[in-house]
Write a protein that binds this ligand. Structure first.
Ligand code: HAM
Length: 424
């Protein structure tokens, strides 16, 4: 029996890779313009890192992590997200000494043992950014504007929803008020909400059950419970988003699935992917660096799910990826031409051209077909006559134009000559 990939794990095949590269290159370009630097962190970390950051009573930690004992008996986990690892690295290597504000990004796979469905995988990829070292609401706006910019340049549209989850000064009293509200209705809530009302009450607010949601219409609002400083921060974020003309809606019921958030949180949503509508999400996490043993450094970031971006883009006709093709296909006929072609192939490639040829002794017709399939820009035909006459036809495969080019007797000169002819 043949072995298949694991459930929820997906191969990204050559035909799809163009879209992935387009998205990644566009994002990298935007990151660069916004002053972000790449950091690469390991996929495996100590389990404790995620338990302490994401939170013990979150779905991710309770039931979705790929955790196992390594050969030394210590518990390790395949990262379910990137923020915890970036902060661990930031503290471990004292990156704060490089400057008071660090702007970092990672691109790579994440692992969550969720039920696979459209747009939800067990191995998925995120582009994840973090800004460490600034309390300013302007940074919150900058980060959201950057996410917005990436989507614009990729050619996708999403709606931005924002909220504030307050801080250690104001959230506890909101939590208590919400718990009192939930207790009064506990019998009418779904099982999940009943359990969460004591373990993680804020999470009830994004319960999917319509019945629960109908009751939460009159639930206390986090925005009404913000302390003066958090309220002021949120106001500034909204005003600066207005200044930049980034459209948003406030959603006071948006709570995030990770416990580390404080103040500003946000999600980028689409209704084109069924129930998995979040194409990106993030927020502030002041206090997290300190909680992990680092200095008192505030932070904010977000991550975009690349599979979801690829899915959205593949539904569009006028998407921006370029189909990769070769610059030239060398059609050779006969042993002598094959030998010369083989040397030419190598020389042209070392001069920076993407060149292909046939090694199977196929007929001219079949070699031309291959050139077509590979989306070659040009073909050059080399046969006995061409070698004898020192002239070979170079065909522009897009325009159909053909030109006989002079080949000097010395093979050394051919590569430069052809390169010039095909305008590379
Ligand atoms: P998150 O909301 O858990 O946040 O994930 C961010 C994005 O990753 C989601 O909006 C979604 O597009 C994508 N995603 C999550 N799970 C899956 C899945 N199973 N399959 C496909 N895509 C998925 C975080 O991970 C935070 N670390 C974001 C952050 C960075 N906050 C601050 N800095």
């Amino acid at each position: 029996m043949s072995i298949k990939a694991l459930k929820g794990f997906k191969d990204i095949l050559p035909d799809e890779v163009g879209l992935w590269q387009f998205i990644e290159n566009t994002a990298r370009d935007v990151f660069h313009r916004y002053g972000f630097e790449e950091i690469k962190v390991p996929i495996l970390e100590k389990t404790d890192l995620f338990v302490r950051t994401i939170g013990e009573s979150t779905d991710i930690v309770e039931k979705e992590m790929y955790s196992f004992e390594d050969r030394n008996g210590s518990s390790i986990t395949m990262r379910p997200e990137g923020t915890a690892s970036v902060i661990r690295s930031y503290i471990e290597h004292g990156l704060y000494v490089r400057g008071s504000v660090q702007r970092l990004f990672i691109i790579g796979p994440m692992f969550r043992h969720e039920r696979p469905q459209k747009g939800r995988l067990r191995q998925f990829h995120q582009m994840s950014v973090e800004v460490l070292g600034s309390n300013s609401p302007g940074i919150d706006t900058e980060v959201m504007a950057m996410a917005w910019q990436i989507l614009q340049e990729i050619g996708l549209h999403a709606s931005l929803e924002i909220n504030s989850l307050g801080c250690t000064a104001c959230r506890p009293s909101f939590k208590e008020a919400l718990q009192r509200f939930l207790q009064e209705r506990i019998k009418n809530l779904c099982e999940d909400c009943q359990r969460r009302s004591s373990t993680n009450p804020l999470r009830v607010l994004d319960c999917k059950s319509e019945h629960c949601q109908a009751q939460y219409v009159s639930a206390p609002s986090i925005i009404d419970s913000l302390c003066g400083a958090c309220s002021h921060h949120f106001q500034e974020v909204k005003e600066t988003l207005n200044l930049l003309k980034v459209p948003y809606a406030v959603n006071a019921k948006m709570v995030r699935g990770l416990d580390y958030y404080t103040r500003t949180t946000f999600e980028l949503l689409t209704n084109e992917l069924g129930s998995q509508g979040a194409i990106g999400a993030g927020g502030r996490y002041d206090g997290l660096v300190q909680q992990l043993g680092g200095p008192e450094v505030p932070g904010i970031g977000f991550a975009m799910g690349m599979e979801r971006l690829v899915m959205l883009l593949s539904q569009k006709k006028d998407r921006g990826e370029t189909r990769s093709g070769s610059d030239l296909f060398l059609v050779t006929l006969g042993e002598a031409a094959y030998a010369k072609g083989f040397v030419l192939l190598h020389r042209l490639r070392s001069q920076g051209l993407r060149v292909m040829m046939d090694h199977e002794g196929r007929s001219m017709k079949n070699q031309m077909k291959q050139a077509d399939k590979q989306n070659a820009g040009f073909t050059l035909i080399l046969g006995e006559n061409e070698l004898a006459n020192h002239k070979a036809p170079l065909k522009n495969m897009h325009s159909g134009e053909q030109e006989l080019i002079d080949l000097t007797p010395e093979l050394e000169n051919w590569a430069a000559l052809i390169k010039k002819k095909i305008g590379q």
